[in-house]
Design a protein around this ligand. Structure first.
Ligand code: C2E
Ligand code: CA
Ligand code: CA
Length: 559
């Protein structure tokens, strides 16, 4: 006879608890199970309970006699039902033939199957192994299917369900709603995993009730849930607003992305991606909200995909062009520097602004390669200017916060300058304060190194975000660059006072100042009166392509 394992039956390592008062019957059963199962024996219900309490974690099945002294089989079943730890262990009850009443009572008390006495070896062995296998398979399936924290389907199972659903009902209209909790990571750190699991559980419960006509639901990642519902004509704001407000009271900001009337040939995972693209649109807004995946978003996403897919080729084929925007000295009025600003002349999309692709490349990590490319192009241009005998001015390069992840950054920039024979003092590096926020020590160290090598460091966009004056002291800087928006919006006297104050503090710290984004003669005058050193802005010039920049230098720089 093939072994239990060979027949695919649960085998040797499972433990069976036999609760049976007849010594002779226990001996028969032991002989029957021996070699394939580990057997624990109890002579009555009470002994059975004691063994159960001690070994419940390893017992796979209980074979239970009904009539026994001290405590009978029904008493034993009642005890088992009283504690959920034991409820998972299946029980086969041994009854006399023709005892239907006993069977019904046992079933009511949670028994799973019956064998009839006297014991028939083949029948018992099969029932025991079938029952164990059924229970184990069911518990594996459950673990695979359900997320224990929320009671929703797990992601992969949810996706499969939805894919099947969409294929099975091609003409039926559904919506996909995905939820996401803002800053869940921070909540997790602050309140601990257990509390946050409870939050997730509560939210899942509330959503199941609040969303109408839910067809399927799943947990798609840490703090995101997906719901497929019957297509709704109704007002989403009316459905979701009360919930958003309700959760907001507990400082839980829930955001929703909705794909309406979903296309059936898309996969569930693509649909969830679309819903989260919609959620991403809320990123900058305060707290919670609802956002839809619509045509405009669809087109933007398609364009972003094209851009991401063609960036490598773009770099190789020199589709990226560096433009130069002059910076003028307030005292002499001459060009005293320039900022390198990259543009993409895309073969299909034409002229693409950095505002479109820089954040995209910051998201997918391509930005550092682009910044290296720009640095190389700038070095090349400085060599050009030198060879053409044109006036030389320092050129600033924009650094993304991600560039500082590379601890070799200062050495790499130095190597590149050396490769072209460019004096480091002709290269300025502009960084934003977000770089500092990422990893202060690393950034400070990199800046110190860059300055030791002779490069100059500018703090960009000062005044545009949550700029802190303390940062001016923490960062090893040479130049403070005050954001253009601050000047243009400075309609009130107070705003000008703030700019003046920033310039004065910079001066106290020995920093040069540049005010950028200056558009009118009036602003030039004001900024000059405040004592800033350099001015950059449309008033003087827009960013210029290389040849025009060279012309500009010829006309406006000290030769
Ligand atoms: P930024 O570093 O703040 O650059 C200044 C932006 O202001 C430029 O936009 C410039 O064209 C614009 N600007 C200059 N003068 C004026 C003015 O008088 N009025 C107004 N309204 N705007 C003015 P641009 O070229 O579109 O660049 C946008 C941003 O893209 C830059 O902001 C910078 O953060 C980023 N960027 C550009 N090139 C690069 C690069 O090579 N690497 C990295 N990492 N980022 C870059
Ligand atoms: Ca800049
Ligand atoms: Ca800037």
């Amino acid at each position: 006879m093939p072994s239990y394992e060979e027949r695919g039956l649960p085998g040797r390592h499972r433990t069976i608890l036999v609760v049976e008062d007849s010594k002779q019957n226990r001996a028969i059963l032991r002989a029957l199970f021996e070699g394939n199962y580990h057997v624990l024996e109890a002579a009555d219900g009470q002994e059975g309970i004691e063994l159960l309490q001690k070994h419940y974690e390893t017992i796979s099945l209980i074979l239970l006699d009904v009539y026994m002294p001290v405590l009978d089989g029904f008493g034993f079943l009642r005890f088992r039902a009283s504690d959920e730890r034991y409820g998972n262990i299946p029980v086969i009850v041994a009854t006399a033939s023709n005892s239907l009443d006993d069977e019904i009572t046992a079933l009511k008390l949670g028994a799973n199957d019956f064998v009839v006495k006297p014991y028939n070896p083949e029948a018992i062995l099969n029932r025991v192994s079938n029952t164990i296998r059924l229970r184990e398979t069911a518990s594996i399936v459950n673990q695979l299917r359900w997320d224990v924290t929320t009671g929703l389907y797990r992601e992969d199972f949810f996706f499969r369900r939805v894919d099947n659903l969409l294929a099975a009902y091609p003409d039926h209209a559904y919506d996909m709603v995905c939820s996401d909790i803002r800053d869940f990571k921070t909540l997790n750190e602050r309140y601990g995993r257990e509390s946050c699991d409870r939050l997730l559980h509560d939210l899942a419960d509330k959503l199941k009730v609040a969303l109408p006509d839910v067809v399927s639901s799943g947990r798609i990642g840490g703090d995101s849930f997906g719901f497929v519902i019957e297509h709704q004509q109704s007002d989403w704001t009316a459905i979701l607003d009360p919930l958003i407000r309700n959760m907001g009271v507990a400082h839980l900001f829930v955001r929703f992305g909705i794909v309406q009337n979903i296309e059936h040939d898309l996969s569930a995972s693509q649909l969830c991606d679309r819903a989260s693209f919609a959620i991403d649109e809320l990123r900058d807004s305060e707290g919670a909200g609802v956002s839809w995946y619509d045509d405009a978003l669809h087109q933007r996403k398609a364009m972003e995909r094209t851009l991401v897919e063609s960036v490598q080729e773009g770099i190789e084929q020199h589709q990226f062009k560096v433009y130069y925007q002059p910076k003028h000295d307030v005292d002499t009025g001459l060009v005293a520097g320039a900022e390198a600003l990259v543009r993409w002349i895309h073969p299909e999309l034409g002229f693409v602004n950095p505002a479109v692709f820089i954040t995209l490349f910051e998201r997918n990590g391509m930005i550092s390669e682009l910044d290296r490319y720009v640095c190389r192009e700038v070095c090349r241009e400085i060599v050009n200017l030198t060879e053409a005998g044109l006036p030389l001015v320092p050129v600033s390069i924009n650094m993304s916060p991600l560039d500082f992840d590379d601890h070799e950054l200062p050495q790499r920039v130095l190597d590149m300058a050396n490769e072209f024979g460019v004096d480091p003092s002709l290269l300025h590096l502009e960084l934003t304060e977000t770089a500092y926020a990422e990893d202060p020590d690393v950034v400070v160290h990199a800046l110190e190194e860059l300055r030791t090598f002779g490069f100059k460091v500018e703090l960009d966009d000062f005044g545009s975000g949550y700029s802190s004056l303390a940062l001016l002291n923490l960062l090893p800087l040479d130049i403070l660059k005050i954001d253009g928006g601050m000047v243009r919006n400075a309609s009130r006297l107070d705003d000008f006072r703030i700019i003046r104050c920033a310039i004065q503090i910079a001066q106290l710290l020995g920093l040069e100042t540049v005010v950028e984004g200056v558009e009118t003669a009036e602003d030039v005058q004001r900024v000059r009166d405040m004592g800033c050193n350099l001015i950059q802005g449309f008033y003087y010039s827009r960013p210029l392509p290389q040849e025009e920049f060279e012309e500009y230098l010829r006309a406006h720089a000290k030769g």
